[in-house]
Write a protein that binds this ligand. Sequence first.
Ligand SMILES: [Zn+2]
Length: 316
Amino acid sequence: MYYIGIDLGGTKIASMLINSEYEVLARLTVPTRHEEGEQSVIGRITGSAQHLCDSASVEMRQVGRVCVGSPGPIIRQSGMVLDAPNLGWKNVALAPLVSNALGVPVIVENDANAAAVAENLLGAGKASRNMMYITVSTGVGGGLVLDRRLYRGSGGAAGEIGHTTVLPNGPLCGCGNRGCLEALASGTAIARRGQEIAHRPAGRGIAQLAVDGPVTAMTVAEAARRGDRAATAILRDAFEYLGIAVANAANLLNLDTVVIGGGVAGIGDMLFDSVRYEVRARTFAFVAEQCKIVPASLGADSGALGAACCAAGACA
Ligand SMILES: [Zn+2]
């Protein structure tokens, strides 16, 4: 039997065809172009699935299930995407629409949950029983694998560590709350602080690196690498908040592994050292000792691969 995983992102749709041993037989990435509307995005999803089958000489009827990893909250039972601002989608019956077009069963899963499954099964959390996956990029997402099963909570929204409060009355988050981790430690939050300081004398080091465009999180990271104090302070603050959130999760769940991925995690040691320090400083000694904090190992593959693993029934 074969399975297809599709990672539906704001800019691209990545897809993979795997067999029952989780071996990748074909992969494809196409632009999402969500501005062309829902029907055309769904057309690209079904087109990708068909292309994967064709390129691996697999018949669609040999595909046991397709899983689409989607941003934002979903309703698993009905296969609905409730609210995905990056796609401009609200209440889209994604699974039924894709299933009707392909003639195979289709499920939807939150994209960070799918990535958590991939890292748990095949990546940095391979030996883990109780794991949290956190992706720090434009936003901050998360997924929980507890007792080797994906933990979805009552309505499928478990693991949203990005919207846990780490600073009362902190900056306003896209979700409407103040002081969410996402509003303080995401790539967007780091870039915003970089942009603010770039207009001041202390931000000259950052401004000099952004002559050709806006200050991004990567501009701030590069300035910090060159020893810039303002950039270093911005990252130190962001990673302290991330560490606080991870320490809270470690205390709450007695995790054995926290896997951190996403573009901001690519900054590397500075992030991981801060998070490990906060966990050692803020959790019981035995909780800290049991909790490994490691970089994700599957990179951009984790979304599509995780969705394919979910299609195959992994961590169910
Ligand atoms: Zn929030």
